[in-house]
Design a protein. Sequence first.
Lengths: 325, 400
Amino acid sequence: MSGLVHGAVYGVLILAVVLTTSGLWIWGERKFAARLQTRLGPTIVGPFGLLQAVADVLKLLQKEDIIPAQADRALFNLAPVLAAFCALGVAAVIPFSPDVIASDLDVGVLYILGLGALTTIAIFLGGWASNNKFALLGGMRSVAQAISYEIPLVLAAMVPVILAGSLSVSDIVRWQVGHHMFALWPIVPGLPAFGIFFMAMLAESNRIPFDIPEAESELVGGITTEYTGIKFTLFYMAEYVHTLVGSAVAAALFLGGWDGPFAPGLHWMVAKTLVLFVSVYWIRWSLVRFRSDQLLTMCWRYLVPASVLLVLAAALWVQLFPEFL
Amino acid sequence: MTSMQTPTHTLKWPNPHLDMAAFEAEGELMLLHLGPQHPSTHGVFRIDLYLDGEVIVKAVPFAGYLHRGVEKLMERLTYVQQTPIVDKHDYVAPMTSEQALNVAFEKLLGVEVPRRARWLRSLFAELQRIASHLLALGTLSIDLGGALGGGSTLFIHCFRERELIMDLFEEVTGARFHYNTHTIGGNRHDVTPEWAAHVRSAMKTILARLPEYDSMSIDNSIFIERTRGVGVLDGRLALELGVTGPNLRACGVDHDLRRDAPFHAYDEVPVNVIVEQGGDSLARVLVRVREVRESIRLVEVLLEGLPEGPICSYRPIKLVGQVKIASGQAYAAIETPRGELGTFVIAGGGEGNASPYRLKFRPPSLHSLSALPYLLPGATLSDAVTILGSLDPIMGEVDR
């Protein structure tokens, strides 16, 4: 019973923090991008433009909710909710510190990967239900991309699972702590696995250079072409939360989670997450995007074989040199 | 994909007039209207794309959404009134637009332009070329990388440098964009030594920042991956279609009016013509990027040797109907940043022969766009945007 209360309290807390701070991250990203582009970014609303995201959300809330006449109403309404749900749901099993975790699932990694994959369904639903050619093309691209990138993502996530011998995220972190290494140990399979996981995560959360499902210079708005107001906001928010949570997962699985000297675990976890989060945006505002087929070629020709080899390497390491773990 | 393009082997180039009724697709075809309201059509332009999955089977471009009837309007306006109108044609390079018009009028009247004015015109043209090519690079990278991503970073950086040149023009003409600085027989605004110093410092700034742009475009592996081999235009086809400018020079055709039919001061200032062999989108970008450097060199040369003297040989304009030409016709073409911009004018129209009887433009962008039906089939939807962006069309001069 106390476990349930603990889970509920922290679940609500984490959800609230993620949701309320996502406006802050949006502000941060806009400032960051503006600085890269020799602009100022938001400065008007609130101190340093901090309330810009609040103003944006308020504006979007007031927008007329338009559903195209030819759209599939039920699916059209379901898609943004599902997208937001999947993105937020992942946050439940991320250990922000030994205590701050909503639910310490035994199969946390499986849950994360499964729920992350569901996002694609939400995106495709949105694209299909809009009954718009641009949205449909965006949905098609999203499915093609997800089917490809799911494989290296899962295989890369298997490396820490094999090394730690557990599917629970907090067990994996604890294993990393127990081996006095708060980052990437053993280096041999760990470092490349982190690289592949990070790339596949970019693709999963539709970030440049992998943002082809919503390539607005080609597909106008991609899947969100027909979405307005609060539903568009949900998609938009889901994307941010997905990136944020994805960064947290990568930090927990590969970078030692809460482990670190001189500061409480929670601070370390948040810091690691934010470093990854900023890198995502640094990449986003520096690179142009790939083409769909180049993306798939890269995945199947390089990432999938590499990740299979990494899983093999990790398994052999565990079997042959358990003393070096 | 190749199986369905049955007639291609008998044709010289991919068939742009594919018979859709006889065409057998692997799956269901989708007709997608790219434009007229689409973020990447560089204005109001529509291409009907027949898509098989994401691959384009046939492309039918439609121009005319921005038609303003300017050529008809010119038959009513007097010669004096026309210069500010053509500023709005190629709205990325208004300087060269008005030069093309006035060169044609001067040819018709037999007016000799003073040497200083000719040098000034070359100087303005080269500055305009830098600004225009920077914008072309910026907009292409937006097409490649999106308005909310790396593409827009390069775009805004390019605009920052273009702003420097617009400031220079503002200092001379008082206008940032629609200059109206050229007139029959020369220029209206003279430049000062202080302005020359400003130009030199602006060129220095741009030259120093160019390597940064290279690293984000032509040296960036993703950028190269997206543009290399995309939209390969054959040199002979380009010549047949009348494609000119950087798009033609990217196909390995060594053609530049500045050298081949010198106008302004280009008979005194030799131009190194930039030629690339690829014919693909990357080659078109490379030509522009290299031309920016060449233009910066030309600006230095032109500033150095700028002769003293009058800037206009024709009598000052006091009345709009002052210039009257009874008869005759003339065609004059100059090399704008987009290629050969020609003006054909037949005199003897309007009230008291103060207007042309007929005026016709030969816009380079229109001819570049005519290559689209040949370039698009076989490419994907993403490539369509790349190809269109790399051709650097300006709809204002396509539709007039």
